[in-house]
Design a protein around this ligand. Structure first.
Ligand SMILES: NC(=O)c1ccc[n+]([C@@H]2O[C@H](COP(=O)([O-])OP(=O)(O)OC[C@H]3O[C@@H](n4cnc5c(N)ncnc54)[C@H](OP(=O)(O)O)[C@@H]3O)[C@@H](O)[C@H]2O)c1
Length: 494
């Protein structure tokens, strides 16, 4: 697929996401000569800024995030693509003036991508106003809308939002972003599974004991108290990113890497996840909130002492879950997911634990019980694929140890590409394979909705954990006493 020239209209261009991700990603695409000539970026903001002020703001955004030395020559070219448009997104007048600006064919490409980097509460209204002003009309070029997460607040609100926006847009025009899918290592999960034929025979309930997916952060809520307190860890991370990782690890091979085939298979897995009835929520999900503690040696506040957090908040900063997939491949293999803020270490990992060998051949030696094999997929910060095998320790005695086979994803001289670069380019190409189809979002909400509802009703107790720890004691989720969270990519300190 070729990237076509387009006008990116960024709603919320002055906000945090635009500052730390979108503008730097667009600049880096320009550095890599990936932005087709004629691509323009129209920033929509309510601040009374002129073009000069906008250019200086964008320069700061880019300098702060530039991967290599900031390139003046590229920035000059990039700056020519930029324009600022002042307007209030809830004011209908903003859209008639926007339509007028965009009607200048000498300046703006006819293909237009609207990036909604704004509060999710405004998604529906903004799309209605864009539609009322004929800005989704595709007579002269395509119109695409990129919607940031979260898509809905629960199952009902996601369905309501979908119903509303489907009045204005077809599914083909909607790009629901989950930036995790833009990460190279996440895409590498598919390559690892489907380009290495030796894995397929063992990738099932006959060989795999259980799977763990962890996303832990050292950071707290970083000044985003209002947003976080209404979301919590379950909605913010688990419903979206972690369930997406689960689908990639467990889905059947798609007929092709084309968007619909891939998404069909992901949806099939989500549909096969055993529903959790309200009365079983406590056996399947756990929540916690960080108390004060130490992160990297520095004392940090507990969640309830953070700015803009009510003293009686029950919002979880840690959520864990056990899921079962009721299909031929995975029946009987528990899948554990967990995510938390202010944890001991920042990392995203998928850990796949294999069963013990069927016979303990070495039981009459000092090797009573050999370790299980693991496959470890490090997503961030360490990007790696590691297979842990048992080998004999050199020497006269029969002793074993674990040795890791490493397949590194990136050589030292190969730079990481930010997920947003990948995804912003895919929009220009019309490639939706790394964006979410509505049924994926809907099934993901169906899985977590009973937990969302139960936790909303139970307001008398939430477990706490010290900041800087691995989270609360939630071992009641584990199906076997031998199951414990794996927090490291190295065998020495599993
Ligand atoms: N930040 C992240 O790391 C992150 C990560 C994943 C997803 N997201 C999603 O990305 C979206 C944006 O998040 P954010 O963190 O960038 O939020 P933010 O910093 O609060 O930015 C919101 C933007 O919307 C603008 N805005 C609000 N009301 C407006 C109005 N009436 N008229 C015109 N502009 C208006 C704000 O303008 P002002 O600058 O004038 O206030 C600001 O530019 C959200 O959907 C969020 O869930 C963010």
């Amino acid at each position: 697929m070729n990237a076509e020239p387009c006008t990116y209209v960024i709603f919320g261009a002055t906000g945090n996401l635009s500052r730390i991700k979108l503008m730097p990603a667009l600049y880096h695409l320009d550095v890599a000569n990936q932005l087709p000539s004629g691509t323009r970026i129209l920033a929509l903001g309510r601040r009374p800024w002129d073009q000069e002020k906008w250019l200086s703001e964008v320069r700061d955004m880019v300098v702060a995030k530039a991967k290599d030395d900031f390139d003046e020559v590229v920035f000059k070219r990039f700056a020519e693509r930029l324009q600022y448009h002042q307007g209030d997104i809830v004011d209908p007048a903003c859209y008639s003036s926007l339509a007028e600006v965009l009607s200048d064919k000498t300046k703006f490409a006819r293909n237009i991508a609207f990036y909604l980097s704004i509060s999710p509460a405004d998604f529906g209204r903004v799309m209605e106003l864009l539609s009322n002003n004929h800005l989704f009309n595709e007579d002269e070029g395509w119109r695409r809308v990129i919607i940031e997460k979260p898509f809905g607040y629960d199952l009902d609100s996601a369905r309501a939002l979908q119903k509303r926006i489907s009045h204005y847009l077809t599914e083909e025009q909607i790009y629901r972003i989950d930036h995790y899918l833009g990460k190279g290592m996440v895409q590498n999960v598919l390559v690892f599974r489907f380009a290495n034929v030796m894995l397929e025979p063992i990738w099932n309930r006959n060989y795999i004991d259980h799977i763990q997916i962890t996303h832990s952060e050292e950071l707290g809520i970083e000044g985003r108290g209002d947003y976080y307190n209404s979301a919590g860890a379950l909605r913010d991370m688990l419903q979206s990113h972690l369930l997406q990782l689960l689908t990639l690890v467990t889905m059947e091979p798609p007929a092709s890497m084309e968007a619909e085939s891939l998404r069909d298979e992901k949806v099939k897995v989500l549909k096969s996840i055993r529903p959790i009835p309200r009365e079983a929520v406590h056996g399947h999900a756990f929540r916690g909130q960080y108390a004060s503690g130490h992160v990297k040696g520095a004392k940090v506040n507990g969640y309830l002492q953070e700015d803009n957090i009510p003293a009686d908040s029950m919002t979880e900063t840690y959520a864990s879950m056990k899921l079962n997939i009721d299909n031929w491949r995975w029946r009987g293999v528990p899948i554990y997911l967990r995510t938390g803020k202010r944890m001991a270490k920042a990392q995203s990992t998928i850990s796949i634990c294999f069963k013990h060998p069927p016979l303990q051949f070495f039981r009459d030696t000092s090797v009573h019980c050999v370790d299980q094999n693991w496959i470890l997929l490090g997503i961030q910060p360490e990007e790696c694929i590691r297979i842990e095998m048992t080998v004999k320790e050199p020497g006269l005695e029969m002793k074993t140890r674990t040795s890791s086979l490493d397949a590194s994803f990136r050589n030292e001289d190969e730079k990481a590409i930010d997920a947003y670069e990948d995804l912003l380019l895919d929009v220009l190409k019309g490639d939706r394979s790394l964006f979410l189809r509505f049924d994926e979002v809907e099934y993901a909400w169906r899985i977590v909705d009973p937990i969302v509802q139960t936790w909303a009703d139970e307001r008398d107790y939430i477990a706490t954990y010290p900041a800087g720890s691995w989270g609360p004691e939630d071992s009641r989720l584990f199906e076997k006493s031998a199951h414990t969270w794996r927090s490291s990519l190295t065998p020495e300190c599993k």
